[in-house]
Design a protein around this ligand. Sequence first.
Ligand code: B1M
Length: 211
Amino acid sequence: MELLKKLSEDLQAGDVEAVKEGITKALDEGLTPREILYDGLMDGMSIIGEKFKKNEVFVPEVLIAARAMNAGMELLKPKLIETGVESIGKVVIGTVKGDLHDIGKNLVKMMLEGAGFEVHDLGTDVSAEDFVAAVKEIQPDIVGLSALLTTTMPQMKNVISALKEEGIRDRVKVMVGGAPVTDNYAKEIGADAYAKDAATAATIAKERFVS
Ligand code: B1M
């Protein structure tokens, strides 16, 4: 569809205003927030990802595309989240230490909120100590860990070890995700669940971790 193709292209160009306009127009034309997210914004981001891999674009271009992605997600957020839903559980979420990627984590957060969770976002580059402190303070049902770099994935294991050391591992379910993370890796480090994408994360959280 032309509108979504243009949205994807505007996102790749990092044109925040055009992305916002495109989303508004798409909503006006009756497209669903999900279609706009997946076939417009995420399509653009994955094309940028491929180009980045092939050295056809570099960090600055990726950053401006990411900024446009975040602006678009902010605009879509209220549409994706059902209003007036009572909290069905608490989640503490963050991107692990040394890792600054937050687009996927933000999407997971949005989907969890949409599913009715109260989500406490610790941001990016979050140390194991900070996750532990948040679990003690907030007492969530679930801790969500995101990692996009193979070099930062081991931080997930560190968080689980730190929870064990503090004697609070049994109080929370640990869910992990991010492009390099796999189900096997999740099992290997003793996480309770792996989710391949934001929608799956919300489904697992709701169906397996809260009653
Ligand atoms: Co970075 N980067 N990056 N980057 N970047 C990747 C991840 C990379 C694969 C690109 C590549 O080489 N092909 C590569 C990692 C290689 C590796 O480790 N195997 C890479 C690299 C190398 C780097 C730097 C080291 C580059 C450099 O400086 N030389 C550097 C590291 C900085 C750091 O973190 N310390 C870096 C920097 C950046 C930017 C800052 C420029 C920017 C991030 C901006 C931001 O996030 N605010 C950036 C981006 C945007 C990317 C790519 C292009 C896109 C990531 C993204 O947002 N995808 C990425 C290439 C790629 O993935 N194709 C790349 C869209 C997003 C919706 O998907 O994050 O996978 P994703 O999230 C999904 C699922 O994974 C899952 O659900 C989400 C939605 O469905 N999910 C979870 C994620 N978290 C979850 C948690 C869950 C459950 C599911 O439970 C809690």
